[in-house]
Design a protein around this ligand. Structure first.
Ligand code: PEP
Ligand code: MG
Length: 583
């Protein structure tokens, strides 16, 4: 038995036989005669065209299945394949060095991967994986080995093991019945990870040296939460994980059973439960899990991987696809939240010593009206296809809201002049993510239609503790008296102004905090779809007076640890199933 530590990139436990997926093709350098150069470049071009044809066929297939997110990735891969950086540079190496086509492609891929690897930024590092995956695909065409990994349904219980896989593989492997993935490269923010989370399959990334340790049918355990991989587990370890997994599944099954019902407390107070969405592929599952709406669509995630900016057309198409998948439910589109830790390839964002205190989110949108207007036009156009809400991230006060509203107004006037249909009454919302917004909700309420509290950022800014920095994560506490006061202040002000207010940060998806949020007056929660069943179950098992009493007592305490002690004791006693540790 051997244990490996990687990065937990998508929750869940998988126990099964290894299926080796993507070993790198080994290409031995080969040189050609001068008269072979032109035919060799032709051979490369034919291979590029053939590989592109394969991707185009797959794209058509996926579009027919409405796999929007996968389709976007495929389009990006087609662009990479034909780019100067890959196809162009390979042809130049054939001409310049008289290398055979496959040797040239291998050198080019390696050069690109090395460059990305040297970057400090994790996000950019992981983008190298997409290029590598496309390059491997081209190499397989050139060497006649073909695409590899056809989606043949596998025996139940196989875990894919690869050096590097592309997000496209995630879909194909899911179709082939694989129950999880491990890769030597990659990390939490890769698009493969995003898609694995959307498919709700366990995935452990960044497990160096794994491929040479496993053979077909080696038994593996993967834990996508803790990032652990166990090769050839002994019987005792296997049993421990089998039992943990059974507990997880029983719990999920029991909770899922009630997820379809609308959430109401035992004494009849309705609580609206929405879903947070990062890929369009997640929407059907969110609806199955009982989401009544999308409370937060993080639009930037649809486009982070692109080398260019998405056109208005593309954004409008994606918004319409989301609305169709929702079948009449409301979709809340949060406008692009770029900057901070989310740096797209396509936009140059002014940097500063503290990126999360710099040009980020609405601040960038206001500085780049070209980007902002294209997105707003797309969202307004989509509004004639279903109920749309637009929400601004990181509003810090009324002046910023006025500026953003002015762009909305200009876009509405423009569309009206162009006689393009849209809903003129699309509700405009403000995310409460800065303390300055939280304590001026009464003022903001005069100029917007709804609020949503982004607790992830609100805590970061309230405690002056970078949400990405492990060293200060101990300061980041959802039960700190300051948090309770900020949320209470914001909720009371919104209620007084008659404007709906929800919570859509991670706090909303943890059943430990459901009573506190209900007690603070929150009646709308939005969370990752997988957390909906547990939260709905807590709501159904709650009498509002109990939640209010707990919150009132919590508000008298002075430290987060005192509040936590109180809340954990009450919630664990009442909701052992919903709060099961480690699932
Ligand atoms: C938040 O800050 O709580 C939020 C929901 O937005 P994000 O996590 O995307 O910053
Ligand atoms: Mg935020």
């Amino acid at each position: 038995m051997k244990r490996f530590q990687g990065v937990g990139a998508s929750d869940g436990i998988g126990i099964g036989h290894a299926r080796i997926l993507a070993t790198h093709l080994i290409v031995v350098d080969r040189w050609i005669e001068p008269e072979q150069v032109d035919p060799e470049v032709d051979r490369l071009e034919r291979a590029v065209a053939l590989t592109d044809q394969g991707l185009a066929d797959l794209l058509r297939h996926w579009q027919a299945q409405r796999r929007q997110e996968g389709s976007a990735v495929l389009e990006a891969h087609r662009m990479i394949l034909k780019s100067d950086e890959l196809a162009g540079a390979s042809a130049a190496l054939i001409r310049g060095e008289r290398l055979a086509a496959e040797s040239a492609v291998r050198h080019v891929i390696q050069g690109i991967v090395d460059t990305f690897e040297e970057m400090d930024d994790v996000y950019f590092k992981e983008r190298g994986g997409d290029i590598e995956a496309v390059g491997e695909r081209l190499l397989r065409t050139l060497t006649g080995i073909g695409e590899g990994r056809p989606p043949v349904p596998s025996a139940v219980g196989e875990i894919g093991v690869g050096a590097v896989l592309s997000p496209i593989d995630a879909y194909q492997l899911h179709g082939a019945g694989l129950i999880g993935l491990v890769t030597e490269r990659g990390g939490k923010t890769s698009h493969l990870a995003i898609i694995m989370r959307a498919l709700e399959l366990p995935y452990v990334a960044g497990v160096e040296g794994l491929v040479r340790e496993v053979h077909r049918a080696t038994v593996l355990i993967i834990d996508g939460e803790r990032g652990e991989v166990i090769v050839d587990p002994d019987e005792e370890t296997r049993l421990t994980f089998v039992q943990r997994n059974e507990r997880r599944l029983v719990r999920a099954h029991r909770l899922d059973a009630g997820a379809g019902r609308l959430a109401s407390t035992a004494d009849g107070t309705r609580v609206h439960i929405g879903a947070n969405i990062e890929t369009l592929a997640e929407i059907p599952r969110a609806v199955d899990r009982g989401a009544e709406s999308i409370g937060l669509l993080r639009t930037e995630f649809l486009y982070l991987h692109r080398e260019d900016l998405p056109s208005e057309e593309q954004q409008c198409g994606d918004a319409i696809a989301a609305l169709k998948a929702l079948g009449g439910r409301v979709a809340t589109f949060r406008t692009l939240d770029l900057g901070g830790d989310k740096l797209p390839l396509a936009v140059r964002i002014p940097d500063g010593a503290n990126p999360s205190l710099g040009v980020r989110a609405i601040r960038l949108s206001i500085r780049r009206p070209d980007i902002f207007r294209a997105q707003l036009r797309a969202l307004y156009r989509a509004s004639s296809f279903g109920p749309v809400r637009i929400m601004f991230p990181l509003i810090s006060g009324i002046a910023e809201l006025h500026e953003a509203q002015a762009v909305c107004r200009a876009v509405r006037e423009e569309l009206a002049r162009e006689q393009i249909p849209f809903d003129p009454n699309v509700p405009i919302g403000v995310m409460i993510e800065t303390p300055s917004a939280a304590v001026t909700v009464d003022h903001l309420a005069d100029f917007c239609d709804f609020f949503s509290i982004g607790t992830n950022d609100l805590f970061q800014y309230a405690f002056a503790a970078d949400r990405e920095n492990q060293d200060v994560s101990y300061l980041y506490h959802p039960l700190h008296p300051a948090v309770l006061r900020l949320i209470k202040y914001a909720v009371d002000a919104a209620v007084r102004a008659g404007k709906p207010i929800s919570v859509c940060g991670d706090m909303a998806g943890d059943p430990l905090y459901t009573w506190i949020l209900l007690g603070l007056g929150v009646r709308e929660l939005s969370m990752a779809p997988r957390y909906i069943p547990a939260v709905k179950s807590v709501v159904a098992g709650t009498r509002l007076a109990e939640a209010q009493a707990l919150t009132a007592e919590a508000m008298t305490l002075r430290s987060d640890s005192e509040v936590e002690e109180l809340v954990v004791a009450s919630m664990q006693r009442r909701f052992p199933l919903e709060l099961a540790p480690g699932q």
